[in-house]
Design a binder for this molecule. Structure first.
Ligand SMILES: [Zn+2]
Length: 350
């Protein structure tokens, strides 16, 4: 008998990743999933700033695809239930989430509950949720929480539409992606106290982040934007490998989650995460010179004041960070008053 070996492992990745430049191009890719399949397109209807969901539904009808639609305006359980009802009525093979983060997330969750295949068609590149097995849902008290879902079977990005999204969404996406470097540091720290650590998930997560760290890049450059979209997709695959958001969510995300509860009007996730990343690196005692230079060159916030956040609020968010997600070991655990005093002094030098 052969001795037992460790063997390989399988990782689920989407069957299809296509960057297209028109609705017709997107429909061709949908058709490639199965001409005879039935699609349920989930979108925000008249509330959508791009109207892209409706555009796709009409284009799919013209192309002779079997397509139905469901409206979802937000990422709440109630809207997920609305999508589930449409799924029971229409019995689609594919749930296609078309829109910003909220619509993609609510469609992703509804599809995951039913074990259905999900196709992601984001109209913004504002976070790595565009192709991840994790979704953000808002509970009854209005608080966002991460929930496990399933990675899409396909991701189709119409660069013509996504390029029209506000510039701030691109900066937010960049912040979310670069923050993987901080998340991985926290995971390495956690591994020292016994948490299982996945080298490949970290390799992929860091490679995704490093792919966009380059001096002299312009967020308006179409090639850089494509690179960012691919990086965000790769980040989602790192999460799938890990089976959790661990490789893309550490102390910097905990700080952002705490800011969500402390601020009356929170800023985009990726921008808060960028501020959290600088703070976390300062607490770690890392040299942030290069990172700060890069952030400034691409318009990412460095100092909390860059987002109009008082230093005391950031300090409060750091203190409250660990309670945002108990069990997610990070550099914020047991942070001392001395460390926080030093942090404030370090910020004065930035
Ligand atoms: Zn994130």
């Amino acid at each position: 008998m052969r001795p037992e070996t460790i063997g390989h492992r399988s990782v689920r990745i989407p069957k299809l990743m296509r960057l297209v430049d028109s609705p017709v191009g997107a429909i061709e890719e949908l058709a490639a999933l199965g001409r005879d399949s039935r699609f349920l397109v989930v979108h925000a209807g008249a509330a959508s700033p791009t109207g892209y969901g409706e555009t796709l539904v009409r284009a799919a009808e013209q192309a002779g695809l079997k397509v139905g639609e469901a409206i979802a305006l937000s990422n709440t359980d109630a809207w997920a239930q609305t999508v589930r009802s449409a799924m029971s009525e229409q019995q689609p093979q594919y749930i296609v989430g078309v829109g910003g983060g909220r619509v993609v997330d609510v469609a992703k969750v509804a599809a995951a509950h039913a074990g259905s295949d999900f196709v992601s068609v984001p109209t913004q590149a504002s976070s790595d949720g565009i192709c991840s097995p994790v979704a953000v849902m808002v509970d009854d008290s209005g608080r966002p929480r991460s929930v496990a879902a399933r990675i899409p079977v396909a991701i189709i990005v119409d660069m013509a539409v996504i390029s029209g999204a506000p510039e701030i969404t691109w900066r937010a996406g960049l912040g979310d992606l670069v923050s993987n470097l901080s998340a991985v540091k926290d995971w390495r720290l956690a591994s020292k106290s016994g948490e299982p650590y996945d080298d490949f998930a970290c390799l992929v997560s860091e490679a995704a982040a490093l792919s966009v760290i380059d001096t002299g890049v312009s967020l308006a450059d179409p090639f850089f934007r494509e690179k960012l979209v691919r990086g965000l997709i790769l980040s989602g695959i790192a999460m799938e490998m890990a089976g959790s958001s661990r490789p893309a969510s550490g102390s910097e995300h905990l700080i952002s989650h705490a800011l969500d509860t402390l601020l009356t009007s929170p800023h985009p996730h990726g921008l808060q995460v960028a501020v959290g990343m600088i703070a976390a690196d300062l607490i770690r005692g890392d040299d942030v010179t290069r990172l700060v230079g890069y952030f400034r060159s691409v318009g990412l916030p460095v100092h909390p004041r860059d987002l109009g956040i008082p230093m005391e609020t950031l300090v409060a968010a750091i203190r409250q960070g660990p309670e945002q997600r108990p069990g997610r070991t990070s550099i914020l655990d047991g942070v001392t008053d001395e460390q926080l005093d030093r942090l404030v002094l370090e910020y004065a030098r930035l």
